[in-house]
Design a protein around this ligand. Structure first.
Ligand code: ZN
Length: 107
């Protein structure tokens, strides 16, 4: 099993999101996980497939993983729904986790 598959299961990441990269930094006691939206954009209000408008880089701090700080990074798409306008897609892991702005090591 690849480490991204392991992390995907651990974090309960579901389609259309996928874990594409993970980094363990032993010196700084931190794990950074990259999540990416795969496939077409869907409106979170009507579930219609919509064209992507743009995306925004966002970072969440999750519960520590075996004593290491765990950060989730995602380029979150915004879609342009003909009925609901420009809207951010659903982010299943965001509830209960703290989002903050921080420079991603993936940039
Ligand atoms: Zn819509």
């Amino acid at each position: 099993m690849r480490d991204t598959e392991f992390i995907r299961g651990l974090l309960r990441v579901e389609d259309p999101w996928d874990v594409t990269e993970s980094k363990l930094d032993l010196k700084r006691n931190r794990v950074d996980v990259r999540l990416e939206w795969q496939g077409a954009g869907r409106c979170p209000k009507c579930d219609r497939e919509c064209p992507k408008h743009d995306h925004r880089e966002r970072v969440w701090r999750d519960l520590d993983l075996a004593g290491d700080q765990l950060f989730l990074h995602a380029s979150v798409p915004r879609i342009d729904c003909p009925e609901h306008g420009v809207t951010t897609v659903a982010i299943p892991w965001s509830s209960g986790r703290t989002e903050f702005t921080w420079q991603s090591p993936y940039n």
